[in-house]
Design a protein around this ligand. Structure first.
Ligand code: ZN
Length: 303
């Protein structure tokens, strides 16, 4: 086991709130969908308790309003509560004023329900890219101290391939903590979980994280969703082959894989790994972000 604590993060949303399924499920229909987030969160929280892992839970305001008991359980079990926005709209689909209102609302709901100050935010679908860097100003203005919204890879739905791979300050008072990539042959390879964790054999995910921990001596940031541990979730009709592949692939494998991952590494919250300890941070001005032209970033597209 590498002698370094990594940040374990969960995006708390239900299966019907995923961005890739948004074209097939109207927001107005959310109220009518059978919710599975509580039982799936019970699976995750039990697994974390069993293995002694601590995590940061980026929770939707929409979920917190409907499941206040779940939010209080997250806090009572020693985890960090953070914000995933209110209504899970990608920042790329929002005007700055609407985005600011959404993340302020989520922060207020989460603070009301939990009684805790909320310091962290994660954008739906890592939707901060070169085209909407104004989002960092909104996140800071809303009172968050850090964001974990950048995925420095090339992907058809998200990613900022030229962004720094490790924590940096996009503006005064705000720390961005990108999710993890491993650097192989000059390319950023996704190493942070999600669909790649279900797609790739476990030993590949493990060796990518080892590379970050041992090769670069840096803490990694890994993410997972409650619905990824739920093979029995209702199938959403009308989706493309690609979307079905991404969303439903290997759901039955997630739980045993995650259990191995929790045992093979040390896991804690973002607060504990990056905020409560002195960490090396890169100071980057926006102008100095490298533009991806010569293989500086991943060419990998999720299949
Ligand atoms: Zn999400």
């Amino acid at each position: 086991m590498p002698d370094i604590a990594n940040a374990l993060t969960v995006d708390v949303e239900d299966y019907f709130q995923v961005s890739a399924l948004a074209p097939h499920i109207a927001r107005a229909d959310w109220e009518r969908m059978p919710c599975r987030v509580e039982r799936n969160m019970d699976t995750l929280l039990s697994l974390f308790a069993e293995t002694g892992a601590q995590a940061t839970f980026f929770t939707l305001g929409w979920i917190a309003e409907r499941y206040p008991g779940l939010v209080r359980r997250i806090v009572a079990e020693g985890h960090e509560l953070a914000s995933h926005g209110y209504a899970h709209q990608k920042i790329t689909d929002q005007a700055p004023a609407d985005f600011l209102a959404d993340i302020r609302r989520a922060k207020a709901v989460l603070e009301d329900v939990s009684g805790n100050a909320i310091r962290g935010y994660r954008a739906p679908s890592f939707s901060i890219g070169e085209g909407n860097l104004w989002a960092f100003d909104c996140i800071g203005d809303a009172g968050y101290r850090y964001s974990s919204s950048v995925y420095p890879i090339r992907h058809d739905h998200y990613g900022m391939p030229g962004a720094p791979r490790f924590p940096f300050r996009p503006r005064d008072g705000l720390l961005e903590i990108p999710v993890s990539t491993a650097r192989i042959l000059g390319t950023n390879i996704p190493a942070a979980g999600g669909g790649y964790f279900r797609l790739l054999p476990y030993c590949v995910s493990r060796s990518l994280l080892y590379k970050v921990n041992r090769g670069e001596e840096r803490a990694a940031v890994f993410y997972i969703h409650p619905w990824e541990l739920d093979p029995d979730q209702p199938r959403v009709a009308g989706t493309s082959v690609k979307t079905r592949f991404r969303h439903y692939l290997n759901l039955h494998r997630t739980r045993p894989r995650l259990k191995r991952l929790l045992r093979d590494f040390t896991w804690s919250s973002i607060e504990n790994v990056f905020l409560n300890r002195k960490q090396e941070q890169t100071t980057f001005s926006r102008q100095s972000w490298p533009v991806d032209q010569n293989g500086g970033a991943s060419r990998i597209i999720f299949p």
